[in-house]
Design a protein around this ligand. Sequence first.
Ligand SMILES: NC(=O)c1ccc[n+]([C@@H]2O[C@H](COP(=O)([O-])OP(=O)(O)OC[C@H]3O[C@@H](n4cnc5c(N)ncnc54)[C@H](OP(=O)(O)O)[C@@H]3O)[C@@H](O)[C@H]2O)c1
Length: 337
Amino acid sequence: MVKVGIFGATGYAGYELVKAILRHPEAELVFASSTSYAGQRYKDVYPCPYDLPLIAPEEAPLEQVDVAFLCTPHGASAPLAQRVLQAGAKCIDLSADFRLRDPAIYARWYREHPVPQLINEAVYGLTEIYRQQIAQARLVANPGCYPTGPLLALYPFLRKNLVRGEQIIIDAKSGVSGAGAKPSLKTHFVNVHDSFSAYNVGRSHRHVPEMEQELSRYGEQPRQVIFTPHLLPISRGILSTIYVSLDPSWNQEQLLDLWHETYAGEPFIQILESGKLATLAHANYTNRCVLSLAPAGVEGRFILITAIDNLLKGASGQALQNMNVMFGLEETLGLVA
Ligand SMILES: NC(=O)c1ccc[n+]([C@@H]2O[C@H](COP(=O)([O-])OP(=O)(O)OC[C@H]3O[C@@H](n4cnc5c(N)ncnc54)[C@H](OP(=O)(O)O)[C@@H]3O)[C@@H](O)[C@H]2O)c1
């Protein structure tokens, strides 16, 4: 049995993880922490049957766990990761604190890094690509929700050097749970319902440097993304539409074959046949990343459409997939494929 602690168990990502750990046949939940609800029972915070105590993060019995998940905001995660590692447990951080390799880039987008000495040790937790490193890691930086789909879609083409031009356009739409449980004017029901809006346009979203870092690692040249996120008036799911120029000698069937070859045997990658396009209904409430593509109607240009559930493959599902890898367990345990 893998003994698990969850920091930030009362957030949206934390709730998904609590549910998944409780149904996982090889894991046991040792503690669940909250800042606002410490001292209360889980079933009194969420409409669920789980009669678990919620404890303050400072009281977490870290010496009793094998792994701790940090479903906590950036800035709060890094010092918690340090505590977890010092206690001898492994750590999977769902925040952005250890995703960026360069502390100067982190500082530009977030703040001065609170624990820069741990950055080099962190493994980027995109399971299908870094599985071997994740298996050996003490600290895993779970990917951001927006990057996950586009990175998985583009990786095979970048690795094969098929992508032409430096810039890739990514137009993505997310359900409101992507913004977390704390309400704001932007995510308030009345302001989201029956509307649809773009935000953080012009390369101003914090997932831009994360996507560029990763896309630039997969191929032979640096990549730049033009990224526009949108807020959908629904609770969950991310649909990303990616406009990319590819080697014009490759046709749609060959590109689909390359996806199939790269992701053969992957339990959480679903590739749609020619003529079908990914929808949120393909991915929501599962840990799948659904990939589809179509010619753009202009020579060499293709449109890739990916769908994930932001709270599962985009957060807690992928984090649990990584835990399974780190502890040598069947990768699908506790997850819906
Ligand atoms: N939502 C997504 O789709 C998504 C996807 C990928 C990654 N992520 C990342 O995953 C993390 C959690 O996201 P979320 O959407 O679940 O956020 P959330 O709903 O806002 O929940 C945050 C959780 O962290 C706790 N918390 C807040 N400040 C803390 C502190 N200083 N120390 C310890 N715990 C603290 C909160 O406790 P209380 O509320 O009990 O006070 C809550 O349980 C974030 O870093 C987010 O960027 C989220």
